[in-house]
Design a protein around this ligand. Structure first.
Ligand code: SF4
Ligand code: SF4
Length: 142
């Protein structure tokens, strides 16, 4: 459901063994205990405390700021083909059924650009990497 990575035995995999041991690559989701791998109770408890601490860094903030490199959908071009929904490795694009458009939550988007590349209608642009910005860069080179 969350598109989280698992190892060959079906246990969840952390984002980085040493640098992000209780984080997933998807922001806001944390890992501990037997979901990670078989381990002793004291190890599971220590990891659970670490995961709770990481969650508190999010929950303790009244307001969160995100970077500008996030995807944005032009609803006038979107054909609701769901390619972006299938392509996003973080499961961010979703259908707003009331308005019949794709919406991308800027707080969840990681700015990888997969959806913008895959969109057959060119309806998605990522901040700081928009088409006109790239064209301007290329024109400046030649
Ligand atoms: S890939 Fe493009 S056209 Fe298809 S649903 Fe996503 S934004 Fe719309
Ligand atoms: S830029 Fe990457 S993380 Fe953001 S919605 Fe597109 S595919 Fe998902």
């Amino acid at each position: 459901m969350y598109k989280l990575p698992t190892d060959q035995d079906g246990f969840f995999s952390e984002a980085h063994l040493k640098l992000r041991p209780v984080d997933f690559a998807n922001s806001g989701i944390f890992l501990c205990g037997l979901a990670h791998m078989p381990k002793f109770a004291d190890e599971a408890i220590a990891q659970a405390k670490a995961a709770a601490s990481r969650a508190c860094t999010v929950l303790s903030q009244k307001q969160m700021y995100v970077g500008g490199a996030v995807a944005e959908v032009d609803g006038t071009k979107c054909a609701i083909c769901l390619t972006c929904v299938r392509t996003c490795p973080y499961g961010v694009p979703r259908v707003n059924e009331e308005e019949g458009v794709i919406v991308i939550d800027a707080a969840a988007c990681q700015g990888c650009g997969n959806c913008a590349t895959a969109c057959p209608r060119g309806a998605i642009e990522v901040g700081h990497s928009k088409d006109d910005q790239f064209i301007a860069k290329i024109c400046a080179l030649y």
